[in-house]
Design a protein around this ligand. Structure first.
Ligand code: GLU
Length: 468
C-alpha cells in the first residue's frame, strides 16, 4: 500500500501583518511537511477584495521569509481560482447538493429569527425545490445541509460530532457570483492535493461544514488539526493590549528567527521536558498528536531563555550580522574587532539582540569616553588616578594579551599593594566602560584590546572628574 504524500498549507488572509498565531500555524505545517518528506504550500486567501491588500500580502511573505519558513511550489492566490470555485458550485447544484435561493435580506432576517425560535438553523424555502424560479431575479447558491450529523476526527480535539440541524444552508456563491470562503477553501485544498489541514481552532466548526462539502463533491476529506489559540501572559485572548503581535515585532525585540521558531514550536507542542530544539531535532520530533489541547500563553522569560540557548550555539559571524541593526554606534574596524573578540562572552550571556547590544555598548564607545555623574564617582576618589597611572605601565608591558595574563596583572597589583580588588577595580572599570554594563575586569581588558585599554586609561588620566 502506498500512502499519499503529505501536503500541508498555510492559508493566510492578507488583511494585516503575519500574526504570531499564524506564524505558529505556518511553522507546524512546515515542520510536518518536512518531517514526512511532504510539501508545504502557501495560499494567499485574497477573495475578500475590500479587506485584502498587496501590502498585507507582502508583510506576510516578509514575515515568512524572515522566520525561514520556505514554502514549496508557487504561491497560490485564491482570487485567481474563481472559475474553479464557480464550477464546483455548479456541480453541487447539478447533483442536488445545492440550490438557488431567492430570499432577499428582509426575508432572511425573518426566517432566521423564526428558525432561532424553533431551535434549529435557518432553512431557505427554496431548498426543497418545487417552486417556480423567478426569471431575472438575484439569487445566491446555497449548500443543502444534509440530514443527520457530521463527525470529524481532529488530531488535537479528538472526535467531534455536530447535529446538522444546527448548520444553516450556507451561501456558496453570492448574488454577484463570487464564491464564499467556505467553498473556495474546499475547492482550493482539493485542487492543491492538501492532505492535512492544520490551522487555528477558530476554524474548528468550519471543518464540520467543509467536510459536508467535500462529501457532497465526492472528494476525500483531509486530516484535520486545529490549534488552540495563543493567549497573552495574563491568560486572556491575545489582543492589541498585549503589545507584540506581529512576527516582525518579535524580530524588532531582538529575537532570532531560529529562537522564535523554537519558541513557537514549544508554544503549543510538547512530548517531554525538552525545551531547546534545533531545526533538525524539531523536524524529527514533531508530531501532530503532541499538540497541546489547552491554549498556550505567551511567556517572554521563556522566550528569552530559549533564544539565549540558540545564541550559544550560533555562528559568531551570523550573530554579529544580526546584532548590527540593534547597535546605535557606527562601526569601524576597531569596534568590529572588539565585537568579534567579545562575542564568546556576549553569546553566552545575552537573552536577545537588544540585550546583547546593551552588553556590547562598552566596547563601542568613542574616545575620549564621556564619564559623568554616578559613573564618574569612582574616578573622583583621591587615589583613583594613582592606581590608574600605576597600572598603565603594567598593561603596556603585557605582550600576551589574554584574560589569564590580565588577571595576573590585577592579582599581582592587589597583592603588591596589599589592597582589595575594589580599591582599584572600580576606578579602572569606570575609566574603561563609563558605567556601561560590563563583564569581569580581566574580560573587559581582554575584549577591549591593548591599544584601546591604554588609550582609555591615558584619556582618564588626562581628564578631570571633579564636580563643578
Ligand atoms: N484564510 C483563513 C484565515 O486566515 C484560513 C483558512 C484556513 O486555514 O482554512 O483565517
Amino acid at each position: 500500500m502506498t500512502t499519499a504524500k503529505v501536503v500541508t498549507r498555510f492559508a493566510p488572509s492578507p488583511t494585516g501583518y503575519l500574526h504570531i498565531g499564524g506564524a505558529r500555524t505556518a511553522l507546524y505545517c512546515w515542520l510536518y511537511a518536512r518531517k514526512t518528506g511532504g510539501e508545504f504550500r502557501l495560499r494567499v486567501e485574497d477573495t475578500d477584495r475590500e479587506r485584502s491588500t498587496s501590502e498585507a500580502t507582502q508583510a506576510i511573505l516578509d514575515g515568512m521569509e524572515w522566520l525561514g519558513l520556505q514554502h514549496d511550489g508557487e504561491i497560490v492566490y485564491q482570487s485567481r481560482n474563481f472559475a474553479d470555485h464557480v464550477a464546483a458550485a455548479q456541480s453541487l447544484l447539478d447533483s442536488g447538493h445545492a440550490y438557488r435561493c431567492y430570499c432577499d435580506a428582509d426575508q432572511l432576517d425573518q426566517l432566521r429569527n423564526e428558525a432561532r425560535e424553533a431551535g434549529h438553523a435557518f432553512r431557505s424555502p427554496w431548498r426543497d425545490g418545487g417552486k417556480a424560479e423567478p426569471a431575472g431575479e438575484a439569487f445566491t447558491i446555497r449548500f443543502k445541509v444534509p440530514e443527520g450529523s457530521t463527525t470529524i476526527a481532529d488530531h488535537v480535539q479528538g472526535e467531534i460530532t455536530w447535529d446538522n440541524k444546527n448548520f444553516d444552508d450556507l451561501v456558496l456563491l453570492r448574488a454577484d457570483g463570487s464564491p464564499t470562503y467556505m467553498l473556495a477553501v474546499v475547492v482550493d485544498d482539493h485542487n492543491m492535493d492538501i492532505t492535512h489541514v492544520i490551522r487555528g481552532d477558530d476554524h474548528l466548526i468550519n471543518a464540520g461544514r467543509q467536510s459536508q462539502i467535500y462529501n457532497a463533491l465526492g472528494w476525500a476529506v483531509p486530516e484535520w488539526t486545529h490549534l488552540p489559540l495563543i493567549h497573552g501572559s495574563d491568560g486572556k485572548k491575545l489582543s492589541k493590549r498585549h503589545g507584540a503581535q506581529a512576527v516582525t515585532d518579535f524580530r524588532d525585540m531582538g529575537y532570532s528567527a531560529e529562537g522564535l521558531r523554537n519558541y513557537l514550536l514549544k508554544l503549543g507542542w510538547s512530548v517531554d521536558d525538552q525545551e531547546v530544539y534545533s531545526d533538525a531535532e524539531a523536524t524529527k520530533a514533531f508530531t501532530l498528536d503532541g499538540i497541546n489541547k489547552s491554549p498556550a500563553r505567551l511567556d517572554f522569560d521563556k522566550m528569552d531563555h530559549i533564544n539565549s540557548e540558540h545564541f550559544k550555539t550560533a555562528k559568531d559571524s551570523v550573530l554579529l550580522a544580526e546584532l548590527r541593526p540593534f547597535l546605535w554606534a557606527e562601526l569601524d574596524a576597531g569596534k568590529i574587532a572588539r565585537l568579534e573578540t567579545a562575542m564568546v562572552s556576549l553569546k553566552a550571556r545575552s537573552k536577545n539582540y537588544k540585550d546583547m547590544a546593551n552588553k556590547a555598548a562598552y566596547l563601542l564607545l568613542d574616545r575620549p569616553l564621556e564619564i559623568t555623574g554616578k559613573a564618574a564617582k569612582p574616578l573622583r576618589r583621591d587615589d583613583a588616578k594613582e592606581h590608574l597611572s600605576a597600572l598603565l605601565p603594567r598593561f603596556e608591558a603585557v605582550t600576551n594579551w589574554t584574560g589569564t595574563a590580565l588577571h595576573s596583572v590585577l592579582a599581582n597589583y592587589a597583592e603588591e599593594k596589599d589592597i582589595g580588588f575594589g580599591k582599584f577595580g572600580q576606578p579602572l572599570r569606570a575609566a574603561l566602560t563609563a558605567g556601561n554594563p560590563s563583564p569581569d575586569l580581566s574580560d573587559v581588558l581582554e575584549y577591549l584590546g591593548k591599544d584601546e585599554v591604554i588609550g582609555r586609561l591615558q584619556d582618564a588620566l588626562a581628564a578631570s572628574y571633579s564636580v563643578d
